[in-house]
Design a binder for this molecule. Structure first.
Ligand SMILES: *Cc1c(COP(=O)(O)O)cnc(C)c1O
Length: 367
């Protein structure tokens, strides 16, 4: 007699579809036999990891038979020194996705709901649904979070509100005053999860909420990642800063060795490599302006972005253009799962990568 797995399954998982990541370079090489593929699909740092971090990793390979430090003691110390933080309010995750999951698992059960915006990061609904909780989608305005609408989306069983600032996939940004005003109007028993995965790209142009603001807004949690500006997406490391009580809860459900030793070492070193960070931000800012100009001259509308990617309107079937880019050896990101079927998102790459993209765009759209 076979087991009826479907009847055993937690209800939220029945209707769940797996997250669709950007297409890996190896897949496209295999499928189309192409070489020199450009992947501008997953908001990775085109300059790669900090060279200092790479060197440090190599020095540590011989200790791989040891378990990592389950408390990430050194990484917490380096983070605290750099940002003037209290170490025991930090929680380190296997990517910041780990933090999204900790918070959700700590607070959401099947009778609860969580609010996020239309065009928000695809991981929020996945995690909420997996727990059997209700995800409430609050309508966006001009592709951006509409905080008034988010406030009115709150229900009596709402426990968490997710906000990414800058937002992925749109690149839109909410200024600090608006976010803090919003946080002060959210009922005290609801947690505001502020996802600052792209903070480094925006903070030099605009002022975002900082870790120190948590003193005044104890229901606020800030998460950041080493996957984007710090170029360590493959190692999986992110962190949150929160009230002490919150950090205590998150650490109760964290796997004891969730962050591997190389990730910890690399993150510590990357944090101190200001040169590499600034070089990465500078490249992004310069190339963004060049791409904007190209979009303008080819007549494509784009959403102005405070991050390292640009979402543009294809003026037609984005799926078809997406496929044509693949055949040119360029991996971009479809926005269909985000409910933006006419848009594609590109990550701002190196000068050469962006040029290859622009030339292909011109060719494919007869621009
Ligand atoms: C990329 C991204 C993250 C980072 O995920 P990691 O698990 O840290 O790699 C988090 N939030 C948003 C909105 C992102 O786009």
């Amino acid at each position: 007699m076979g087991t009826n797995l479907k009847e055993l399954l937690n209800s939220g998982i029945t209707e769940l579809s797996p997250y669709e990541p950007g297409k890996p370079i190896e897949d496209l090489e295999r499928e189309l036999g192409l070489k020199d593929i450009v992947k501008i699909a997953s908001n990775e740092n085109p300059l790669g990891p900090s060279p200092l971090a790479l060197k440090k990793i190599k020095d540590c390979l011989e200790d791989l038979h040891r378990y990592p430090d389950g408390n990430s003691f050194n990484l917490k110390r380096v983070l605290s020194d750099k940002f003037n933080l209290q170490e025991n309010r930090l929680t380190i995750g296997n990517g910041s996705n780990d933090i999204i999951e900790f918070v959700s698992r700590c607070f959401l059960s099947s009778s609860d709901s969580a609010v996020f915006s239309q065009y928000a990061f695809a991981i929020y609904p996945l995690v909420i649904q997996a727990l059997g909780a209700e995800g409430i989608v609050s309508p966006a305005t001009n592709w951006s979070h509409d905080l008034e609408k988010m406030l009115s989306s709150i229900k009596s069983n709402t426990k968490i509100i997710f906000i990414a600032n800058p937002n992925n996939p749109t690149g839109t940004f909410l200024p600090k005053e608006e976010l803090l005003d919003f946080s002060s109007r959210v009922p005290e028993n609801i947690l505001v999860f502020l996802d600052q995965a792209y903070f480094d790209y925006s903070s030099y142009e605009e002022v975002d909420v900082t870790f120190q603001d948590i003193e005044e807004y104890p229901n606020l949690l800030i998460s950041r990642t080493f996957s984007k500006a710090y170029g360590l997406a493959g190692l999986r490391v992110g962190f949150s800063y929160s009230s002490l009580e919150m950090a205590d809860y998150l650490n109760r459900i964290r796997q004891p060795f969730n962050v591997n030793s190389l990730a910890q070492i690399a993150a510590e070193t990357a944090l101190s490599d200001q040169n590499h960070l600034l070089k990465s931000l500078k490249l992004n800012a310069t190339e963004k302006q060049i791409l904007y100009k190209e979009f303008d001259s080819l007549g494509f509308e784009y959403i102005p972005s405070l991050a390292n990617f640009i979402c543009f309107d294809c003026k037609g079937d984005a799926d078809e253009l997406f496929q044509s880019f693949l055949e040119e050896g360029i991996i971009v990101r479809s926005m269909r799962v985000y409910g933006m079927p006419n848009h594609l998102r590109i990550t701002i790459g190196t000068k050469e990568e962006n040029l290859k993209f622009i030339n292909a765009l011109r060719k494919l759209t007869n621009g």
